[in-house]
Ligand binder design. Structure first.
Ligand SMILES: NC(=O)c1ccc[n+]([C@@H]2O[C@H](COP(=O)([O-])OP(=O)(O)OC[C@H]3O[C@@H](n4cnc5c(N)ncnc54)[C@H](O)[C@@H]3O)[C@@H](O)[C@H]2O)c1
Ligand SMILES: O=C(O)C(=O)C[C@@H](O)[C@H](O)[C@H](O)COP(=O)(O)O
Ligand SMILES: [Zn+2]
Length: 371
């Protein structure tokens, strides 16, 4: 796992990608630490992108830290349904209107939606400009701000349009979590549990023991889960930046989850909620084929439920879910590839699952959800 260093009031986790390596600064009150940002901005032009919910909370603080730069700002509408190509045009328009060139830096200030959109524009504006992530949701702090996956949704599939484009740094200010609504906070816990399930059994056990502290947003517990999650993600990304293999493990629950998000029009279900159900389905399928024990499935479902996350899908038919799952980006040669579990802390990316067992899992969950 990457080294940890302390060079400000918090901790730093490094994403090791040779000439594109970058730090994730984690700590309380980092939005005010202008020097952390300045050292990662090579030119004079900076465009901060955020949304209408985050802007009144944190935009002025970030702009104050960027005083002295040729500064622009774009405020997007809030919501997953706006993670579209249409929304990106607002940012391209602002960049062109303000005469921003290839030395510009885009700063994404917000949750995963703002981060994914801003990163995609940074990857494509004039074939690529600099990019900094300032995550403000738990999910973004532990997952989406790290690793360089950027993109937008298509009505027929999640993240169907995108690019890999790494940020120059991630400024993870844990103080931003003080304003995060409870439902959004819990959605972030889904991606945290994911790290335990795919490769970090000790972390999973810690979460089982300390969940109450996490839900109470105890500062030490928050610092621990964010750092441990970033270390887990940085480790996988450093080994396989462009998902030619191992990185797909980070997709546990996502083939099911993305199908739920698409089926519900990117409106009713939060990404973390859909992934939570998807991980239950992946664990159920794994247990039904004897790849892991029934007890391990029960522990998985119990932790997800204890985190206040859903364990059943919305009322959809098994056939509808299966059809939407087929568009998944991991599929090759028309055959679905899934991330499945061989136990808690051990995942595989495989197409060698039993199709009838998958059908039975989809039928089990959709029937339990009331269809
Ligand atoms: N690129 C990746 O590797 C990656 C990883 C995981 C998820 N994602 C993507 O991330 C998105 C989900 O991200 P998310 O869960 O952060 O959702 P989000 O970006 O929609 O943010 C959730 C809500 O919280 C609000 N918000 C943000 N920060 C706040 C704060 N500090 N206080 C109060 N409100 C705040 C937002 O305005 C929004 O209403 C999905 O599109 C998903 O596909 C990407
Ligand atoms: O970083 C990754 O790799 C991930 O898969 C992290 C996921 O949590 C995230 O939701 C990601 O956006 C999914 O990517 P996709 O390629 O399945 O669209
Ligand atoms: Zn995800």
């Amino acid at each position: 796992m990457p080294n940890r260093q302390t060079n400000h009031s918090g901790h730093t986790v490094h994403v090791d990608l040779k000439d594109r390596s970058y730090p994730i600064y984690i700590g309380q009150g980092l939005l005010e630490k202008a020097e952390l940002l300045h050292r990662h901005i090579p030119g004079t032009q900076v465009l901060v992108v955020t949304n209408e919910t985050v802007a009144p909370l944190y935009l002025e603080r970030v702009c104050a830290a960027l005083a002295g730069f040729d500064l622009g700002r774009v405020i997007l509408p809030d919501g997953e349904q706006h993670k579209t190509l249409e929304t990106t045009t607002r940012i391209y328009d602002a960049l062109i209107d303000q005469g921003f060139n290839r030395s510009a830096t885009l700063v994404g200030l917000g949750g995963g939606v703002v981060g994914d959109i801003t990163g995609f524009v940074a990857a494509t504006y004039q074939r690529g400009v600099h990019f900094i992530q300032i995550p403000t949701t738990l999910l973004a702090l532990v997952d989406s701000a790290v690793g360089g996956k950027t993109g937008v949704n298509h009505p027929r599939g999640k993240n169907m349009i995108g690019a890999f484009h790494q940020p120059r740094c991630v400024l993870a200010d844990t103080a931003t979590l003080s304003t995060l609504p409870e439902r959004e906070f819990r959605a972030g816990i889904a991606e945290i549990i994911k790290y335990g399930l795919i490769q970090d059994y000790a972390f999973f056990q810690w979460l089982e023991r300390q969940l109450a502290q996490v839900l109470a947003r105890d500062p030490a517990a928050l610092m621990y889960i964010i750092e441990q999650s970033c270390r887990n993600k940085a480790y996988v990304v450093a080994a396989d930046e462009r998902e030619s293999g191992q990185r797909a493990l980070l997709n546990l629950g996502h083939t099911f989850g993305h199908a739920i998000e698409t089926a519900t029009g990117y409106r009713e279900w939060l990404h973390g909620e859909a992934v939570a159900v998807g991980m239950c389905m992946a664990a159920h399928l794994s247990a039904s084929m004897g790849w892991m024990t029934a007890k391990a499935f029960e522990r998985t479902e119990a932790l997800i439920q204890a985190a206040g996350l859903p364990v059943l899908p919305p009322p959809l038919s098994p056939g509808a879910l299966r059809k939407l799952m087929a568009i998944d980006k991991k599929a090759t040669g028309g055959r679905l590839r899934l991330v499945l579990l061989e136990g808690i802390g051990s995942a595989v990316v495989t197409e060698a699952f039993d199709d009838q067992a998958l059908t039975a899992t989809l039928e089990h969950f959709t029937a339990a959800a009331g269809r």
